[in-house]
Design a binder for this molecule. Structure first.
Ligand code: FMN
Length: 174
């Protein structure tokens, strides 16, 4: 099972749309996958599910179950203030350590309004995931200027689109 994680809780985010695009690519290849949308986190997540409340939030527990059942992950990572969104770090901090990610595998895809495509965000996230024992695929495509390059659910930049196709194949062989 592959979990595709839309790494922001911003409503109607591009991350969610790109995550759905990625799920379609995986499903076309007959791969079992599921969406984890950080916008589906409980509203009070920071106080209902962390630290002394670990295990008490049923919604978060069901998300943790998806993580437990996944051997591979795709993180669709938007660039927020030169890094990844804080909600993603809070999400990771709420997961069981080390079993959630240790010795599992993942691919990262960056997106941004600007020209970086979350380059630093992917680098920051790689450090954290490696610390947690997760193997991160080397190929990390970035969709830059997303408002101009992701239209009606399609990637208009053919170079990036091809890189994502290669990433899917590499992730399946990883
Ligand atoms: C809090 C916040 C910070 C952002 N910071 C950056 C940034 O540093 N660089 C950039 O290119 N775009 C930045 N953006 C724009 C996002 O990259 C853009 O909204 C893109 O669609 C991906 O985010 P989304 O999944 O929330 O739609 C930021 C957006 C938000 C909401």
């Amino acid at each position: 099972m592959i979990s595709v994680i839309a790494c922001t809780n911003r409503p109607n985010s591009n991350s969610l749309k790109v995550a759905q695009y990625y799920i379609n690519l995986l499903q076309e290849k007959g791969i079992a996958c599921t969406l984890i949308d950080l916008n589906a986190l409980p509203e009070a997540y920071l106080f209902s599910a962390l630290y002394h409340n670990q295990g008490k939030d049923l919604v978060f527990n069901s998300i943790k179950e998806k993580i437990a059942q996944s051997e591979k992950f795709v993180f669709v990572v938007p660039e927020y203030n030169g890094s990844f969104p804080g909600v993603l770090k809070a999400f990771i901090d709420g997961l069981d350590y080390p079993i959630s990610f240790k010795n599992k595998k993942c691919a990262l895809l960056g997106i941004s309004s600007g020209v970086m495509g979350g380059s630093l965000a992917l680098s920051h996230l790689t450090d954290i995931l490696n610390y947690l024992g997760m193997h991160v695929l080397a190929l990390k495509p970035r969709i830059t200027r997303i408002e101009k390059t992701f239209i009606n659910g399609e990637i208009t930049d053919t170079v990036v689109k091809d890189l994502i196709e290669i990433q899917v194949k590499d992730l399946l062989a990883f």
